[in-house]
Design a protein around this ligand. Structure first.
Ligand code: ZN
Length: 681
């Protein structure tokens, strides 16, 4: 209940225009114990602003990275745990939502039953795979697996038609790689080679443990090598992450018969029928060259190898939901080897996550009822409007754009659809079956339910009111095809939103996050969509050229940063996120200046800091965190966001107002001369 009150008054604090705001004494919003005052802000601002936080929150064995987002995530998990254990302790009507949540939770927590069951829950699946003989059998099994959310070779989903975003179409995309990124299969440095060797060991171990090697009477090591061969071939055919960011290259709408001609051996004609969307005539084929190659791999690999690959996809998918020996092997590879974690998360946290994954909006509905008042939603919309107004000002005064492009940009900015807190309409889970047989079986039922839910959207009007994150997610997003921004309830709390703080800190934290999400509509990807979410060029040639030149400055800057010995950042891959941070900082800083002018922010020093300094310190707090060396390498390959340190020390030198706020001069490490700064939005 306390939390509820806090969020209401917090929103009032931010709703700066409110004349009747209660006269409370606000703090600076800067927790001085988060600072490391032995560091010099002009040389290492991250250490200065966050060094104290990092010292207070050393990495625990279960984390590869621990930052303020993870800290909020931890608090959230405790809240969800309270909600779910409360249900589990009750007698719930059979088949009701509380009963489903409680049953899944109890199965996950029942370590004794999980131990007794061992590999038994996946036995029938493996027997079915072992029996496959003909090409037709292999085709059918591909459909069966994918229908249940297990995706060998490629993935299938529903997405807005990028040429007519009002409709949703089927989309197939490259996939099928167990390690995750193609680079793991293709690069030859010692760290990557070690990862590959351990991946083969991991597969060998689980082929034995699951009983599949015995079923097909083949050595587990041979099965693992067969899978590695298929995945390596798929990796060679896969597009890299930079090309995957290009919306035009990845939008290839075609008739099914054209896809059939491109990849004749997958029998796509029958595939769509069998998977439950027989009406599909046109779809998006994300990466056509990948499908041509994957088809050739499917055709040339032996049936035994494909069966091993299917079995591996199933076993790997199931491992976290089986007995401890499976869970431990899964953790040893994905947690330890890939990320450098030392210890598995405790069972309760893993189970809460999977209940949350299976019944996200049902859990979310309980979460907001307890922790988020409807009134806060309306007030947050007001803050977003303040940021929108500041963004429009920035566009109007941009020196590099013609008025025609500016007008269209502002039009798009005002058309942004805003989602705050939680959805107006909740998802219906009545058709999701949760039985008391095994944890794995229920996870599969929930995956089947999710696939059906998604496929049901194909060839129907796009639902613009759908939420792509649950309210209990500590995050936010922008979706270009619906031109929408979304701020789930869970991010609307400190250190993003601080009720007792003067708004300078709030603009530095949640304000920059809002500006960040809005800028995504105008980053190197987002700018290619119009206000209705269609891939359509609304830029004059000169303005587009100017944009690209300015964005390239930022891309080159981040590529020049050494994130680990011998490893540079990937400026092209992280460009969209870095543009959003850059824009978010500029926009929210202007919104703060607007509020200062109106007398809504304390213009004096608080805790020794000017409003401008408080803004940047609060911004840095959002990215405070500790991280392991392996995780730095993994994220540099897989995460389109820059690392926390560089979202501060890489982003801020480009912001003139920051240099001014901390009196940073030529010769200081945080300094970047004005003519080298990236200024876009
Ligand atoms: Zn982003």
């Amino acid at each position: 209940m306390k939390k509820t009150m806090m969020l209401i008054s917090l929103a009032i604090g931010l709703l700066a225009a409110c004349k009747q705001a209660p006269k409370t004494v606000l703090t600076s919003g800067i927790d001085l114990s988060n600072l490391d005052t032995t560091a010099n802000p002009v040389n290492d601002f991250y250490q200065y602003a966050d060094g104290g936080w990092m010292k207070k929150h050393p990495l625990t064995a279960e984390y590869a990275r621990y930052g303020t987002f993870d800290q909020l995530g931890e608090d959230n998990q405790a809240k969800l745990n309270d909600l779910i254990t409360e249900l589990a302790a009750k007698q719930n009507p059979a088949g009701s939502i509380p009963d489903k949540i409680a049953t899944l939770y109890k199965l996950g927590m029942d370590s004794l039953k999980l131990q007794q069951q061992g590999a038994a829950p996946i036995r029938s699946w493996l027997e079915e795979i072992a029996k496959l003989k003909s090409n037709k059998d292999l085709q059918n099994e591909l459909v069966t697996l994918q229908k249940n959310g297990v995706m060998p070779f490629f993935s299938l989903y529903a997405e807005a038609d990028n040429s007519n975003s009002k409709m949703t179409i089927a989309s197939i995309n490259q996939g099928g790689l167990g390690i995750g990124d193609r680079d793991y299969y293709l690069e030859n440095d010692s760290h990557t080679k070690d990862i590959r060797a351990k991946y083969v060991d991991f597969m060998t171990h689980l082929f034995t443990l699951s009983g599949y090697a015995d079923l097909v009477k083949q050595p587990a090591g041979k099965l693992a090598n067969d899978v590695m061969k298929i995945e390596t071939d798929l990796a060679k055919a896969s597009w890299d992450r930079v090309v995957l960011r290009d919306p035009h290259k990845n939008f290839n709408k075609m008739e099914v018969k054209k896809l059939v001609a491109l990849a004749p051996d997958f029998d796509f004609q029958n595939y769509f029928k069998a998977i439950g969307i027989p009406q599909v005539k046109m779809l998006n084929v994300g990466q056509p060259t990948f499908f041509k190659s994957a088809d050739a791999i499917f055709k040339s690999a032996s049936p035994e190898a494909i069966k091993a690959y299917y079995a591996w996809n199933l076993i790997n998918n199931a491992a976290p939901y089986l007995s401890d020996d499976f869970g431990k092997a899964n953790f040893d590879f994905y947690g330890k080897t890939l990320s450098g974690r030392q210890q598995m998360r405790p069972r309760w946290k893993r189970v809460i996550s999977s209940v949350d994954g299976a019944l996200g909006e049902a859990v979310g509905q309980m979460y907001v009822a307890k922790y988020f008042p409807p009134a806060a939603k309306q007030r947050m919309i007001q803050l977003v409007k303040n940021l929108q107004a500041a963004f429009a000002q920035r566009i109007q005064t941009a020196v590099w754009m013609t008025q025609a492009t500016k007008d269209t940009a502002i039009d798009k900015l005002h058309a942004i659809h805003i989602k705050i807190g939680y959805p107006d309409k909740w998802r219906d889970y009545s058709k999701l079956q949760i039985l008391n047989d095994s944890y794995f079986a229920d996870v599969m039922r929930s995956q089947l339910f999710e696939m059906n839910y998604m496929l049901n959207k194909v060839d129907k009007p796009t639902d613009v009111n759908e939420w792509l994150m649950t309210p209990q997610t500590v995050n936010a997003y922008y979706q270009p095809t619906t031109n929408e921004i979304c701020f789930p309830a869970a991010i609307l709390q400190p250190p993003f939103f601080n009720q007792q703080a003067d708004d300078a800190a709030n603009y530095g934290a949640i304000g920059v996050v809002i500006g960040h999400e809005m800028t995504h509509g105008f980053d190197d990807q987002g700018r290619q969509y119009d206000k209705n979410g269609n891939l359509k060029d609304w830029w004059t040639a000169q303005d587009a050229k100017n944009f690209t030149e300015r964005a390239t400055v930022l891309s080159n800057w981040f590529s020049s940063i050494l994130v680990a010995p011998n490893t540079h950042g990937n400026g092209a891959f992280t460009l969209g996120e870095n543009l959003a941070d850059n824009g978010g900082l500029h926009i929210s800083f202007l919104a703060m200046q607007n509020a200062l002018k109106k007398g809504l922010i304390n213009p004096n020093k608080m805790d020794g800091f000017t409003p401008e300094q408080r803004f940047f310190l609060a911004f840095a707090t959002v990215w405070a965190g500790n991280i392991r060396d392996q995780e730095i390498l993994r994220r540099t390959k897989e995460d389109p966001h820059s690392l926390g340190k560089w979202r501060v020390d890489g982003a801020l030198p480009n912001i003139e107002a920051f240099l001014k706020a901390f009196n940073i001069k030529a010769g200081d490490k945080m300094y970047l001369p004005a003519d080298k700064q990236a200024i876009i939005w």
